[in-house]
Design a protein around this ligand. Structure first.
Ligand SMILES: Nc1nc2c(ncn2[C@@H]2O[C@H](COP(=O)(O)OP(=O)(O)OP(=O)(O)O)[C@@H](O)[C@H]2O)c(=O)[nH]1
Length: 340
């Protein structure tokens, strides 16, 4: 039996973990063993805590991106999972800055080839930010390339956070997605809600398209899909027009974590999150509020702040910041002002 592998990709804060939680709740009701392999930027595990309690093992690859710096660890992690657990499904959640092409690259390892089957690349798009990200980063080619590849190489697209955009704006994002990837079905979602059976039935577009138009190997999506057939890595890269030395977005992304020493003032902390500079692309973690007993999970993207009680008391009180050119001292100064 070979394990079915699903790659869950999408930019920082688009809703990958939210979808994964739903998928695990769904799979729990069915037979079959599932393993989650999740990759986070930085040394702290924030998302992993959100995935506890579903009854499936969660293997974490922290402090690096499986698309590049710890690509080898992904291969090793998969080898270990296949020989110890031999699950029916492996769900890989990538970091928000991972290029799916490079992740598939890691799956082409000869040791893994016969033991797993790539079922599909599921990409979560933040409807409220996609167009802005696409234009804001026009000048930053690695970022543009990554967010576009997350769409281009998807077998199924979730146009998530549709509750945050007006219908006409949603149509414009949709049109952009179709332009980048005319083959992947698009599901418009809120909180990743969709028919999960349909998600699990995702088909590699390579196979669908190849059977329809076997001779067309020149256009982007066709070529990319050949990676699903696990061709040799260099051939794949060449077919994608990528040179091995092409810099990854991950290389320009910084991350740091901060351990809280005291509870913070709730209002000041919320303001602090809203006022984070634009070059902080994502912040998340767990914190205690003055005068309240429960742990608070916080989530920040550049247009959203969420704070909600977190029942599990296991996590450390820690904040993780992800961005480019971060002024760490200033961010920490502003954060520590929330103790007062
Ligand atoms: N309004 C709204 N918020 C959403 C939706 N989906 C997810 N969120 C919120 O967006 C925030 C980020 O969601 P996550 O699921 O953690 O995103 P992610 O892609 O896993 O984030 P990273 O792993 O850090 O890249 C959380 O506060 C979610 O509750 C949605 O459809 N609408």
């Amino acid at each position: 039996m070979s394990a079915g592998v699903y790659i869950l990709t999408g930019y920082l804060g688009s809703g990958k973990t939210t979808l994964l939680q739903k998928l695990l709740a769904y799979l729990r009701k069915q037979d079959g063993q599932v393993v989650v392999l999740m990759n986070e930027m930085g040394e702290e595990d924030i998302d992993g805590e959100q995935l506890q309690g579903y009854g499936f093992p969660v293997k974490k690859l922290l402090d690096g991106c499986i698309c590049c710096s710890i690509q080898g660890e992904l291969t090793e992690g998969l080898q270990e999972i296949l020989s110890t657990i031999n699950p029916d499904h492996i769900l890989i959640e990538t970091t928000g800055v991972a290029d799916p092409v490079d992740v598939v690259d890691a799956l082409t390892h000869p040791e893994l080839y016969d033991r797993m089957e790539l079922k599909g690349i599921v990409s979560v798009v933040d409807a409220s930010r996609f167009r802005d990200l696409n234009s804001r980063f026009q000048s930053k080619s690695s970022l543009v390339k990554t967010i576009r590849n997350q769409v281009k190489y998807a077998d199924l697209l979730l146009l998530n956070k549709s509750d945050l955009v007006a219908p006409d704006a949603l149509e414009k994002v949709k049109a952009k997605l179709v332009e980048l990837n005319p083959y992947a079905p698009i599901h418009v979602t809120i909180q990743g809600d969709m028919d999960l059976d349909q998600l699990l039935q995702v088909k590699r577009i390579a196979e669908k398209v190849a059977s329809e138009r076997a001779d067309d190997r020149t256009r982007g999506p066709f070529v990319q899909k050949s990676i699903g057939k696990m061709s040799a890595i260099e051939k794949v890269k060449q077919s994608l027009g990528l040179s091995a030395s092409e810099p990854s977005l991950y290389n320009s992304i910084e991350t740091f974590s901060y351990h809280f020493t005291y509870p913070v003032d709730p209002e000041k902390f919320e303001d602090f999150l809203w006022d984070l500079p634009k070059n902080v692309y994502r912040a998340k973690g767990y914190v205690l509020f003055k005068g309240r007993d429960e742990l608070i999970s916080f989530q920040h993207t550049d247009n959203q702040v969420h704070l909600f009680p977190f029942e599990n008391f296991g996590p450390k009180m820690v904040a993780v910041f992800i961005g480019e050119g971060l002024d760490k001292e200033k961010i920490i100064r502003d954060l520590e002002a929330c103790y007062e």
